[in-house]
Write a protein that binds this ligand. Structure first.
Ligand code: F6P
Length: 323
């Protein structure tokens, strides 16, 4: 293998730039030519492919976002789009791909490999931490810390006004960000899609807290919770407890931005090198990850089809610490 290309796709995540830097520098170190594709699959279809040098990735290890830009491509869902993308890669003599992204990115990569046989190694870059085959994804730790910072600030005002706050965090169908930021932020309750919590459970918890002389409460809600959004949940709780002073905050895309934490920079750097080495060692359709702090390669089909359960210990811990 002499020429590889890399791209970022799907929702951006802090640490993607550190991963781009690692892929580019590792490839050059290992005597490969490396090309950057802008705007993910869309850029592959449009032919936005250009050679990268060591200096192309200077001064980015500490920055959020992705210098290669990102997109969620509709055209790549069509056979015609994927054929165009393949022709563009061939035109540049690209023999292997590093795809940095989440499950949507890897679903596309897996299909592309099945159709055209171009080796691809995925590096998990998503704040959601929802990929089977890696204990952590790039960006998750930063997102949790951002959410935590916001929860701490909200707690100050919640305590001053004796209020109940419902705080919605991202994570799509996963409760990882919610459970981690909930434990770190001392939430009274965490609502995640992986466990079912009824509105009656929420009301019971708030009343117990009040009986235990708690004057304010924080409930962290994962955006994918089965009871709906934080706003919908708060409205239903309010109907039953009109005397409680309730507010809602949705943290939104703030969780996707900002400079990556040390953890994410190091994870991204390790995964970038391992992705390039994987391609050189003949890996073809895999996601690189870390399990028990060791580099692992998991077949992409498995990475996208198997779900990653929430750690039961964390769920139990939340219940115990919120009495
Ligand atoms: O997958 C990352 C993520 O931030 C999810 O947590 C969230 O549901 C989604 O992307 C938001 O997507 P968009 O930026 O397209 O609104």
């Amino acid at each position: 293998m002499k020429k590889i290309a890399l791209f970022t796709s799907g929702g951006d995540a802090p640490g993607m730039n550190a991963c781009i830097r690692s892929v580019v520098r590792s490839a050059i170190y290992l005597d490969l030519e490396v090309y950057g594709i802008k705007y993910g699959y869309d850029g592959m279809i449009r032919g936005e492919i250009s050679k990268m040098e060591s200096y192309s990735v200077s001064n980015i290890v500490q920055t959020g976002g992705t210098i290669l830009k990102s997109a969620r491509s509709e055209d790549f869902r069509t056979k015609e789009g994927r054929e165009k993308a393949y022709k563009n890669l061939k035109k540049h003599g690209i023999e292997g791909l590093v795809a940095i992204g989440g499950d949507g990115t890897f679903t596309g990569a897996n299909l592309f490999y099945d159709e055209f046989g171009i080796p691809v190694v995925g590096a998990p870059g998503t704040i959601d931490n929802d990929l089977y085959g890696s204990d952590y994804t790039i960006g998750f730790d930063t997102a949790v810390n951002t959410a935590l910072d916001a929860i701490d600030k909200i707690r100050d005002t919640a305590a001053s006004h004796d209020r109940v706050f419902f705080i919605e965090v991202m994570g799509r169908h996963s409760g990882y960000i919610a459970i981690q930021s909930g434990i770190g932020g001392g939430a009274e309750m965490v609502m995640v899609p992986e466990t079912s919590t009824t509105i009656d459970d929420v009301i019971k918890k708030l009343r117990e807290g009040r009986d235990n002389k708690k004057t304010s409460s924080i409930i962290v809600v994962a955006e994918g919770d089965e009871q709906g959004s934080a706003l919908q949940i708060a409205e239903r709780v309010k109907l039953e407890t009109p005397k409680m002073d309730i507010r809602v905050t949705s943290l939104g895309h703030i969780q996707r931005g900002g400079g990556p934490t040390a953890f994410d920079r190091i994870l991204a750097s390790r995964l970038g090198l391992a992705a390039v080495e994987g391609l050189m060692n003949g890996q073809k359709n895999v996601m690189v990850g870390v399990i028990d702090n060791k580099i692992t390669y998991t077949n992409l089909k498995l990475a996208i089809s198997k779900s990653k359960p929430l750690n039961e210990e964390l769920i139990r811990l939340t219940k115990i610490l919120s009495i």
